[in-house]
Design a protein around this ligand. Structure first.
Ligand SMILES: Cc1cc2nc3c(=O)[nH]c(=O)nc-3n(C[C@H](O)[C@H](O)[C@H](O)COP(=O)(O)OP(=O)(O)OC[C@H]3O[C@@H](n4cnc5c(N)ncnc54)[C@H](O)[C@@H]3O)c2cc1C
Ligand code: FES
Length: 258
């Protein structure tokens, strides 16, 4: 069930110049949040940012009643969020959208491919897969080392591989040119820039590997009412906020082939 709730910022961490993370305490009984689901954040204190901003849930501690967000500063809204301090309140609508499928048998091999802010939902996903006994390879990419934040957080949950365009960390080149990308997996999950996700989806389709992509289309209402987030799928137009953001590529040929 969706809830509108004021969380309290318990921790704030800066990760290089452009990323920061917030640990948010619910203060009561938090709803279950599945990997790949997102929140709509109300940006406090500035008049020219009226619409809530969609942000993936980065991590969840259900028992402790906290969730965390990893945010890249790209514009007015995210800059304002970066100025918030410990103790400030943040109004969220959550949990939104459909998350990743995590019903893989124990011992399955999964590849998680993240780029840029698309790394965010993969931490919660990698934890849930680990708890299910899935053997995960986590491949994170960025233009430079600075642009792959919080990478150490993934270490306990799988085999962590990195790729940078300039070779400052890990493999030099795109994530899809990493030698381990070409290995056989039972499932591939991806979130990041659209060209990266399309390339991952095309490769998975060619190799007959099940694959889910998490789209980050621009959003307004976040609940399927305004239609501003639609994407073309093989079954017609679908709202990314309500029908996604996670889609199985078996219904997305139109999207990844163009
Ligand atoms: C389901 C979903 C989950 C997301 N999860 C995260 C996350 O975990 N961490 C994170 O940092 N970001 C995430 N995003 C992207 C985030 O919502 C945008 O970066 C944010 O809304 C920008 O707000 P702003 O006011 O700072 O930027 P604006 O001032 O509104 O825009 C600044 C620039 O950012 C671009 N932009 C705005 N929204 C998006 C978008 N949705 N995708 C790509 N570019 C955009 C604009 O075109 C513009 O060039 C997610 C988006 C979606 C749809
Ligand atoms: S954001 Fe309004 S329908 Fe998706």
């Amino acid at each position: 069930m969706k809830e509108i709730h004021e969380f309290v910022i318990r921790e704030r961490h800066q990760h290089g110049a452009s990323y920061f993370s917030l640990l948010l305490a619910h203060g009561g009984t938090m709803q279950t949040v599945l990997p790949g689901q997102f929140v709509e954040v109300q940006v406090p204190g500035i008049r020219d940012v009226m619409l809530r901003r969609p942000i993936s849930v980065h991590d969840v501690d259900s028992e402790g009643g906290t969730l965390s967000l990893l945010i890249q500063i790209v514009g007015h809204g995210t800059r304002r969020l970066s100025e918030l301090q410990i103790g400030d309140r943040l109004n969220l609508v959550y949990p939104l959208g459909h998350g990743f499928s995590t019903d893989l048998p124990s011992g399955s091999r999964a590849l998680l491919v993240g780029g840029g802010a698309g790394i965010a939902p993969l931490l919660h996903l990698s934890k849930v897969l680990r708890a299910r006994g899935v053997d995960s390879t986590i491949l994170l990419g960025g233009r430079t080392a600075d642009l792959i934040p919080v990478r150490e957080a993934f270490l306990p949950y799988g085999n962590l591989l990195l790729a940078t365009d300039d070779g400052s960390l890990g493999h030099k080149g795109l994530v899809i040119s990493h030698p381990d990308f070409a290995k056989q997996y039972d499932m591939i999950y991806t979130c990041g820039p659209t060209p990266m996700m399309k390339a991952v989806a095309r490769s998975a389709a060619e190799r007959g590997i099940r694959c889910e992509v998490s789209l980050e289309n621009m959003m307004a209402c976040g609940v399927g009412a305004c239609l501003c987030c639609v994407t073309d799928t093989d079954q017609g137009h679908r709202c990314v906020c309500k029908d996604g953001p996670v889609f199985d590529i078996s219904s997305m040929k139109k999207w990844y082939q163009c």
